[in-house]
Design a binder for this molecule. Structure first.
Ligand SMILES: [Zn+2]
Length: 327
C-alpha cells in the first residue's frame, strides 16, 4: 500500500487541477456514482497519512469553505445554467448537465450511500490498495501479460476529465464520500505539526516496536517499507519492546522516521526510486545475511519484516526473557 510519501506525490499530481471543473467522468467504482462528479469543480486537495481527500463544489459556487449547502445548491445551479465553457461541449458527457429532478435523485441516492452515517459530503476520500496509484494525463499500461497471457491494461476506478483537457486517473483505491477529511497533522510523520512527544509516549509502551510504528494513530503515513528501513537505520530489532529501550534510542528512531520519510518524498519528487537497505534484501549493506518474518500485533495485520540479526541484535525484554522467537 502506498505510504505517506507516495500519497503526497499523488496529491501533487492532483493540485494543478484544483479550481478546474469536471467535464467528463469514467471509471468502474461502485462505491460512488461517478456521474455525481460531473460539472463539479475540484476545490481542494489534501493528504492526511495514507489518505488523499479531494473536495468538490458546484462549478459556480463562490470560493471559500466548502459547505454542504453550497454544494447542493450549486449542483442544481450548474445543471440549469448555461455553461461558460465554450468549446468544451464535445467532451461533456450526456450527464454533464442533468435536469433538476435528476439532480434531486442524485442527491437522494448520495445521502443513502453506505457511509451516510458520516453525512453526505463534498469530500472524496481515497484509500489506496497495494498497487493503488494516480496518473495525470496518461493511463497506466500493462507492463506484463496476465496469467492467461493477455496484455490487459489496468481498469481505472475513476477517471476525471477536466475542462482544460487534462485528466486524472485513479487505480486500485477505495473511494467514499465523507463530510470532511479525517485530519490529525500531529500524527502525520510528514507534517511540520508532527507531535514528537506523543509519538515518543507511544513508542515507550511494552509492545514490540515494529507493531507500534505501524499504528496510524501515532504514525500516520508510516508503512511497512519505512518501518523496515528505519529499524535498520536505528539498529533496533523489530520485536524489541519499546519500554526497554533508552530514551536516546527512541529519539534516534523518531529522527530516522521523520528524516527517512522526508528523504523518500524528495527522491519521489525527483522521479527517482527508493533503494532500500534492508526491505526485501537478502543481505544488509554490511554483507550480513538478513532474517525475514511475518510480524504483527496479535489479531492485527501481519506484515513481512526484514532485519539483520547482527546490526539489529535482540534486546532482552523487560521481564528478563529474550524477545519472542521468530521463524
Ligand atoms: Zn548487518
Amino acid at each position: 500500500m502506498p505510504e505517506g510519501p507516495s500519497v503526497r506525490k499523488f496529491q501533487l499530481l492532483t493540485s494543478p487541477f484544483v479550481g478546474q471543473v469536471v467535464a467528463k467522468v469514467g471509471g468502474s467504482s461502485r462505491k460512488i456514482n461517478v456521474n455525481d462528479l460531473n460539472a463539479l469543480r475540484l476545490h481542494d486537495s489534501q493528504v492526511h497519512g495514507k489518505n488523499l481527500y479531494l473536495a468538490f463544489v458546484a462549478a459556480d459556487s463562490p470560493l471559500g469553505p466548502t459547505a454542504e449547502e453550497t454544494v447542493l445548491q450549486g449542483e442544481a445551479a450548474s445543471g440549469a445554467s448555461s455553461p461558460a465553457q465554450g468549446g468544451q461541449e464535445q467532451v461533456c458527457g450526456p450527464q454533464a448537465r442533468p435536469q433538476e429532478e435528476e439532480l434531486q435523485g442524485l442527491l437522494r441516492s448520495r445521502s443513502e450511500a453506505p457511509d451516510a452515517a458520516e453525512g453526505p459530503g463534498s469530500w472524496l476520500r481515497f484509500h489506496f490498495g497495494l498497487f493503488g496509484s494516480i496518473r495525470a494525463n496518461e493511463f497506466s499500461r500493462a507492463n506484463k501479460a496476465n496469467k492467461r497471457g493477455d496484455w490487459k491494461d489496468p481498469i481505472p476506478r475513476l477517471v476525471l476529465h477536466f475542462e482544460s483537457g487534462g485528466f486524472l486517473v485513479f487505480y486500485n483505491c477505495r473511494i467514499h464520500w465523507c463530510s470532511s477529511p479525517r485530519a490529525d497533522p500531529a500524527s502525520d510523520i510528514l507534517s511540520v505539526e508532527f507531535h514528537r512527544g506523543r509519538a515518543l509516549d507511544a513508542l515507550r509502551t511494552p509492545d514490540p516496536i515494529c507493531h507500534t510504528l505501524l499504528n496510524q494513530k501515532y504514525f500516520s503515513g508510516l508503512g511497512n517499507i519505512i518501518k523496515n528501513e528505519i529499524l535498520y537505520l536505528a539498529k533496533i530489532h523489530p520485536l524489541t519492546q519499546g519500554s526497554v529501550l533508552a530514551l536516546p534510542d527512541l529519539e534516534r528512531l523518531l529522527d530516522c522516521a521523520v528524516q527517512f520519510s522526508a528523504a523518500w518524498l524528495h527522491i519521489k519528487l525527483r522521479g527517482k526510486g527508493l533503494h532500500p537497505q534492508i526491505y526485501q534484501k537478502e543481505h544488509c549493506p554490511l554483507g550480513h545475511a538478513v532474517m525475514k518474518g511475518t510480524l504483527g500485533a496479535s489479531g492485527g495485520f501481519k506484515r513481512l519484516t526484514w532485519w539483520c540479526p547482527q546490526c539489529q541484535p535482540v534486546v532482552p525484554s523487560g521481564d528478563g526473557d529474550p524477545a519472542p522467537a521468530t521463524e
